[in-house]
Write a protein that binds this ligand. Structure first.
Ligand code: AMP
Length: 394
C-alpha cells in the first residue's frame, strides 16, 4: 500500500516528462510525456499499470501541457489526491556554484536558476517554465529542484579548475560543472550498498546518448568527464566529446564557419552520428556487421576514449575497486562492454562472458569472483533518485 509519492518533472524546451514515484518501494506508479509543446500538433502519452492513453492535440504552452497531465491523472488514474503526493521534484541541469544538493524551491532559488541560464542555455529556461507552471498548478505541495551538477559541485579544485587564465575563468564562471550527477550519485551509492563498503574507489560509466564517466572515492566525486557544458569528455551519440579547442579557431579562420554553426556541428552532428551517419549504437553495430569500415573505426574510437578515461581515473584514485556500466548503452550493449573490459585485463578485470551477455532490468555482476575489480551492469533510475533527494528536504 502506497503511503507517499513524489511527482518528478523533467521539463524540456518543447516537452514535459513526468513520473509518479513511490520513493520507498522505488515503484513507478505512472509516467508520461507531453511532446511538441508550441507546435501545431502536440501529443501526450500517459501510462499507468500497463495501460496507456495517447492524446493528439495542440499544446500551446507548458501550463496547458501540465494541466492536461493533471486531468489525465484525474480521469485515468492514479488519483494524485489518493497517491499522497508529498513533493514535486524538478530535474534541473545547471546548478552552477550555488547548489551542492537539492533545494526547496522558493523565489530565491528560481532567481538563481535564472541567473545560471548563460551556463545552461539549452536547459535552464525550460526547467524554469516547468517550475513556474508546476508551482501554480500544484500549489499545496513543496517543490524541490534536483541538480545534475550538484554531485560534482565539490570536486577537488585540481579537477574542477581548467588551466585557463584565472581572472577570465573566475569572471565568467568557467570551470568543470559536470552533468548526469544524479545518475552517478545514485549508481555509485547503490553499488557501495551492494558491496557493503563505504571506502570504495569507483568508476561509473553513464553511457547513453549523452555519455559521461565519473570517479568516486568513498561516496565523493573526485573527477568527471563533462565540463563547463555536457560537450566535453566521451564520444557521444552526436557530440564530439574532447576535442582541441583550436579546432574552433581553425574552422572559423579556414572554413569560415560561424560560432553557432560550430556549436551545432560539435553538439549535434559529431560523435557516432558524425563518424558513421548513425547516432544509435544499435544502428552503428548493424553497419559494423555489414562490413562498414567507418563504423568499425567509430567503435574503436569510442572504446579508446573510454579506455583513456578509465586509465586516467584509476591513476587519480590510486586504484579502482568497482567499475559500473549504466544508461542505454551501458545497460544494453554487451559488445561495447566486452570490447572495453577485454582491454582492462591489465587491471586484473575478468569478465564472465555469459553474465555479460544477459540483458536484464536488474543489476548484474559481470566480473568473475577472481576479478580484481567488481564490474556491474546497473540500471540507472534518475526519477527515483530525484524523488528520494526531494524527500530529504521535506
Ligand atoms: P539513453 O540516453 O540512456 O536513453 O540511451 C539511449 C541510447 O542507448 C540509444 O541512443 C542507443 O545508442 C543505446 N541503446 C539502447 N538500447 C541498446 C541496445 N540494445 N544495444 C546497444 N545500444 C543501445
Amino acid at each position: 500500500m502506497t503511503t507517499r509519492t513524489v511527482l518528478v518533472i523533467n521539463s524540456g524546451s518543447s516537452s514535459i516528462k513526468y513520473q509518479l514515484v513511490d520513493p520507498d518501494s522505488g515503484e513507478s506508479l505512472a509516467s508520461g510525456i507531453v511532446e511538441r509543446i508550441g507546435d501545431a500538433t502536440g501529443s501526450i502519452t500517459h501510462k499507468r499499470a500497463g495501460e496507456r492513453t495517447d492524446i493528439t492535440e495542440p499544446v500551446p504552452d507548458h501550463g496547458f501541457g501540465l494541466s492536461e497531465v493533471l486531468r489525465l491523472f484525474d480521469e485515468q488514474g492514479p488519483s494524485l489526491a489518493q497517491a499522497h503526493v508529498v513533493a514535486v521534484g524538478h530535474r534541473v541541469v545547471q546548478g552552477g556554484h550555488y547548489f551542492s544538493g537539492p533545494a526547496l524551491i522558493d523565489d530565491d532559488v528560481v532567481a538563481k536558476i535564472e541567473e545560471l541560464v548563460p551556463l545552461g542555455p539549452l536547459h535552464n529556461p525550460a526547467h524554469l517554465k516547468g517550475i513556474e507552471v508546476g508551482r501554480q498548478l500544484l500549489a499545496d505541495v513543496p517543490h524541490v529542484a534536483v541538480f545534475d551538477t550538484a554531485f560534482f559541485q565539490r570536486l577537488p579544485e585540481e579537477a574542477a579548475r581548467y588551466g585557463l587564465n584565472r581572472k577570465v575563468a573566475d569572471t565568467y564562471s568557467i570551470r568543470r560543472y559536470g552533468a548526469h550527477g544524479t545518475s552517478h550519485q545514485f549508481v555509485s551509492g547503490e553499488i557501495a550498498e551492494r558491496l557493503e563498503r563505504d571506502d570504495l574507489k569507483q568508476i561509473v560509466l553513464h553511457l547513453g546518448n549523452g555519455a559521461s564517466v565519473s570517479a568516486v572515492v568513498a561516496g565523493r566525486a573526485v573527477e568527471t568527464s563533462m565540463g563547463l557544458t555536457p560537450l566535453e569528455g566521451l564520444v557521444m551519440g552526436g557530440r564530439t566529446g574532447d576535442i582541441d579547442p583550436a579546432a574552433v579557431f581553425h574552422l572559423v579562420r579556414v572554413a569560415g564557419m560561424s560560432i553557432d554553426e560550430i556549436d551545432h556541428l560539435f553538439n549535434w552532428e559529431s560523435g557516432m552520428k558524425g563518424l558513421t551517419g548513425q547516432q544509435d549504437m544499435r544502428e552503428v553495430w548493424r553497419l559494423v556487421d555489414a562490413g562498414d569500415q567507418n563504423a568499425r573505426d567509430a567503435i574503436d574510437i569510442y572504446v579508446h576514449r573510454l579506455l583513456k578515461y578509465i586509465g586516467a581515473y584509476t591513476a587519480v584514485m590510486g586504484g579502482v575497486d568497482a567499475i559500473t556500466f549504466t544508461a542505454g548503452i551501458g545497460e544494453n550493449d554487451a559488445r561495447v562492454r566486452a570490447e572495453l573490459c577485454k582491454r582492462l585485463d591489465y587491471l586484473g578485470v575478468r569478465i564472465d562472458t555469459e553474465a555479460n551477455a544477459v540483458r536484464a532490468s536488474e543489476p548484474v555482476t559481470i566480473s568473475t569472483p577472481d576479478s580484481s575489480v567488481v564490474v556491474t551492469v546497473f540500471p540507472t533510475n534518475e526519477e527515483l533518485a530525484i524523488a528520494r533527494q526531494a524527500l530529504t528536504l521535506i
